[in-house]
Design a protein around this ligand. Structure first.
Ligand SMILES: NC(=O)C1=CN([C@@H]2O[C@H](COP(=O)(O)OP(=O)(O)OC[C@H]3O[C@@H](n4cnc5c(N)ncnc54)[C@H](OP(=O)(O)O)[C@@H]3O)[C@@H](O)[C@H]2O)C=CC1
Ligand SMILES: CC(=O)[C@@H](O)[C@H](O)COP(=O)(O)O
Ligand SMILES: [Mn+2]
Length: 384
């Protein structure tokens, strides 16, 4: 029986993780969950899954929930609550499916507690990849990718040697505006941007897919997870999202991982690794029905965010932190109707131009610059 704790239980990855857990009650049990603002769903999850430890984001919700949950459940809240769910319980594995760089401190707590981490929370690796991977190495903790592309690459690399890799090829759907050129992006709406062609996901990552910052963050995530230089990471437009990513080797062989777009596959693989389990209710890929797959080279002029991510990632230091924080803030402003779609990339470019680089930033510096960048983006976009 594998004991699981889950950060971000009420989100898109979180709810799918709970479904995977529920579908194999003989294999998995749930120890602890964190909930953000969605207390109604969180309460349902507590009653259905009966975790021993629950964290909520806000003190007001903590006070409210105390009288509504069984007294066998320990309730905690805030940043410390996230860290407790990540580390202070009997779980063997933490699924980190929280959104944003708020996931960094709990990830480090889980590593120090020796928990294996199934990581969906890519912002944590982008903002502090050198610290997270160093700590994981030091504490001999496995970081198992949940992101579909990185899970695909992880699967392609089984039994292979990293030094025989020529290139990691991350596939990208192109997002909700892939059929539009830049002049047509001026007046696109939030509702249009949230309409991803292939995946049903949380709002922030869906906007990231539309700007292609998602792929940019994934390039940096791949750099850290697979210890691969940026020159050996490439992005390929693939509109069907059936090939989840590929690895090219020095002899010219290319190994790919394919499947229908369904996040339960990489979630479950991270929970069962190195084994596999039946995935209940899944429609398997039928290439006879699919017929054709399409590929194209993404233009870095069209997808500015992908360009910024390659630049910031390659420069390293504090710039990936700035990139991530500026993006988180700009996407939030866009979702709240405060800025336009194209202003997301404008905000990120301004933030990147604002900072002198700092080599090998400490955790404290990262946390400071993360906050400062968010303030900068809010102020600069409000004063336009
Ligand atoms: N969705 C997908 O298919 C994929 C997602 N990912 C990555 O997984 C992560 C989660 O994405 P997704 O599930 O789509 O996101 P969602 O927005 O659907 O869910 C985010 C979760 O985090 C919680 N949360 C958000 N902010 C805070 C906070 N400040 N403190 C505590 N909890 C918080 C939310 O709580 P609440 O809703 O209760 O407020 C929710 O449980 C992201 O890093 C994303 O890039 C990677 C690959 C695919
Ligand atoms: C499901 C998943 O892993 C997402 O990150 C997905 O890749 C988004 O799709 P695109 O970024 O390719 O549009
Ligand atoms: Mn992905």
């Amino acid at each position: 029986m594998k004991k699981i704790s889950l950060l971000g239980a009420t989100g898109s990855i979180g709810t799918q993780t709970l479904e995977v857990i529920a579908s194999h009650p003989d294999k998995f049990s749930l120890e602890a969950i964190s909930i953000g603002k969605n207390i109604e769903l969180g309460l349902k999850q507590i009653n259905e899954y009966n975790p021993k430890l629950v964290s909520v984001q806000f003190k007001e919700d903590y006070d409210k929930l105390l009288n509504e949950i069984p007294n066998t459940v320990k309730l905690v809240y805030g940043q410390e609550g996230l860290e407790e769910v990540a580390s202070n319980n009997d779980a063997d594995i933490l699924v980190n499916a929280v959104l944003g760089s708020v996931g960094l401190a709990p990830t480090l707590s889980a590593i120090k507690a020796g928990k294996t981490i199934a990581i969906a929370n890519k912002e944590t690796l982008v903002t502090a990849g050198h610290i997270v991977t160093e700590e994981a190495k030091k504490h001999k903790v496995d970081l198992l990718p949940v992101d579909s592309e990185h899970s695909a690459i992880y699967q392609c690399l089984q039994g292979e040697r990293l030094q025989e890799v020529e290139k990691l090829i991350l596939t990208a759907s192109g997002g909700s505006f892939r059929h539009l050129d830049r002049t047509e992006l001026k007046d696109v709406t939030v509702a249009d941007a949230l309409n991803h062609p292939n995946w049903s996901m949380g709002a922030k990552i869906t906007i990231d897919s539309a700007t292609m910052m998602n792929k940019g963050l994934e390039v940096i995530e791949a750099h850290w997870l697979f210890n691969m230089p940026y020159e050996k990471i490439a992005v390929l437009l693939h509109q069907e999202s059936i090939i989840h990513s590929m690895v090219e080797f020095i002899d010219g062989s290319v190994i790919a991982q394919l499947g229908t777009p369904d996040m339960k596959v990489p979630i479950q693989y991270a929970l069962t690794y190195p084994n596999r389990l039946q995935l209940h209710g899944k429609k398997h890929l039928n290439l006879w029905e699919v017929g054709k797959l399409h590929f194209a080279k993404p233009s870095l002029e069209r997808y500015r965010c992908l360009y910024f991510a390659f630049e910031a990632g390659s420069a390293g230091g504090i710039l990936p932190t700035v990139l991530n924080a500026a993006n988180e803030e700009a996407v939030s402003l866009f979702l709240n109707g405060k800025i336009s779609f194209l202003e997301i990339e404008e905000a990120i470019e301004r933030a990147l131009n604002e900072y002198e680089n700092i080599a090998l930033p400490s955790l404290e510096v990262i946390q400071h610059i993360d906050k400062e960048t968010r303030d900068f983006v809010r102020n600069v976009m409000a004063s336009k």
